[in-house]
Design a protein around this ligand. Structure first.
Ligand SMILES: O=C(O)C1=C[C@@H](OP(=O)(O)O)[C@@H](O)[C@H](O)C1
Ligand SMILES: C=C(OP(=O)(O)O)C(=O)O
Length: 418
């Protein structure tokens, strides 16, 4: 999408048709890494091709892994069982999964690796993971607590147990889990603190690891034991992206349409699929919604909440402040830009003071997306019901859903490009 601004023209009718969401970003980047760590050739089908997965694929290529792309949804990955130190720093854009996952995996490599990203990624915390790797004897530095991260890897951890605080990101745990199978002895990971923000992502990690031959047990609800199996190349099919599905579910309920995405909500293994029930309750969504186990769906649901019959308070969403942007602030800013008072932050809660009468009005608003794909895709839904909603930097959706605007267009949504 080569334009700075995109205004959505409300269709004025139900959106009906079929749209196949792209492959899961979370699962694709797990499968790419595990295939890159395995010895042999793996065929990944149903894969997402987007900025985030391209960064991961290019990083693997820079470390000696062959990554072929025979079609728009397939990666064929041939690894040697190791990731060779690259000549240049690895640039990973704002791909949190690629950045966190590779940081841990490279700690067991050999030589110097620099993991870096764009200006936004350089503001996203990685210190807990860096400190955990330091406790394992890894020579690793991240002076700002965010990328760039420099690793002087010597091929092994000096201890076989780590305690990790995953309060800011479950990706720290997933990263250690995936790396641990490449170690020389059984490894134990224990969560510091009570629970983890997004347990569903840990489940994705364990499922992907096991598909590539890892052996993982769970002695307690907050600890895992990983055997030193390494990874075995395999063919692996990736399910559609549940977070991407939420925008289509949202467009369906907002317009009273029928959008077939081929995959029933109950067949997704990703945590955001649980948003389906809440979205389906629209316009009678509950007064309090806990976002801790469906974090990436909260922008979608928060915009829907503006049109709900009753106000909605979002709780359990503190770590939305350290995603691609401060999403609580971005949502509050965008909703109040549409109409003052539509949203308010209370600590790390977000309250949306819904008003069904918004529908059909012209409320000219230029929505700052803060380079965040989910802010862009979510506020596009407001444009289905309110006239003169303009999305700034619409191309930022390429992070995980490059075909988003075409998908809405295929359902009959029209746009004005400035
Ligand atoms: O493990 C994953 O694939 C992800 C975990 C979540 O991030 P955090 O664990 O950093 O909250 C989620 O927001 C992100 O889109 C993908
Ligand atoms: C937070 C997200 O991605 P990541 O952390 O992988 O950059 C997201 O896709 O909403």
């Amino acid at each position: 999408m080569k334009t700075d601004k995109l205004t959505i023209l409300p269709p004025g009718r139900p959106l009906c048709g079929r749209v196949d969401p792209p492959g899961s970003k979370s699962i694709t980047n797990r499968a790419l890494l595990l295939a890159g760590l395995a010895r042999g050739t793996s065929r990944l089908t149903g894969a997402l091709k987007s900025d985030d997965t391209r960064y991961m694929a290019d990083a693997l290529r820079a470390m000696g892994v062959t990554v072929d792309e025979p079609d728009a949804t397939t990666f064929v990955v041939t690894g040697s069982g190791e990731l060779k130190a690259p000549a240049e720093p690895l640039f990973l854009g704002n791909a949190g999964t690629a950045t966190r996952f590779l940081t841990a995996a490279l700690a067991l490599g050999s030589g110097r690796y620099v993991v870096d990203g764009d200006e936004h990624m350089r503001k996203r915390p990685i210190k807990p993971l860096v400190e955990a790797l330091k406790s394992l004897g890894v020579a690793i530095e991240a002076p700002t607590g965010c990328p760039p991260v420099t690793i002087d890897a010597k091929g092994a951890f000096t201890r076989n147990k780590v305690v990790i605080d995953a309060g800011l990101s479950s990706q720290y745990v997933s990263a250690l889990q995936m790396a641990a199978a490449c170690g020389a002895e059984p490894f134990e990971i224990e969560l510091a603190g009570a629970d983890i923000g997004a347990r569903g992502y840990i489940d994705l990690t364990l499922a992907a690891m096991r598909a590539f031959g890892a052996k993982v047990s769970q002695p307690t609800p907050a600890s895992w034991r990983i055997e030193p199996t390494g990874y075995t190349a395999t063919d692996f099919h990736i399910e559609p992206d549940a977070s991407a599905a939420t925008y289509l579910w949202g467009a369906q309920v907002l317009t009273g349409g029928a959008i077939d995405i081929s995959t029933p909500a109950g067949e997704f293994t990703q945590p955001d699929a649980r948003a389906y029930d809440v979205i389906s309750a629209f316009p009678h969504m509950p007064a309090v919604i806990d976002g801790s186990q469906m974090q990436d769906a909260i922008p979608t649901i928060a915009v829907l909440a503006a049109f709900n019959e009753t106000p909605v308070r979002f709780v359990g969403i503190a770590n939305l402040r350290v995603k691609e942007c401060d999403r609580i602030r971005a949502l509050s800013t965008g909703l109040n830009n549409i109409r003052t008072g539509l949203a308010v932050e209370e600590g790390d809660d977000l309250i949306v003071h819904s008003d069904p009468a918004l529908t059909g009005q012209s409320l000219p608003a230029e929505i700052d997306t803060f380079a965040d794909h989910r802010i862009a895709m979510s506020f596009a839904l407001a444009g289905l019901k309110i006239r003169d909603i303009t999305i700034l930097d619409p191309g930022c959706v390429a992070k995980t859903y490059p075909g988003y605007w075409d998908a809405l267009g295929s359902l009959g949504v029209q746009f004005k490009q400035d």
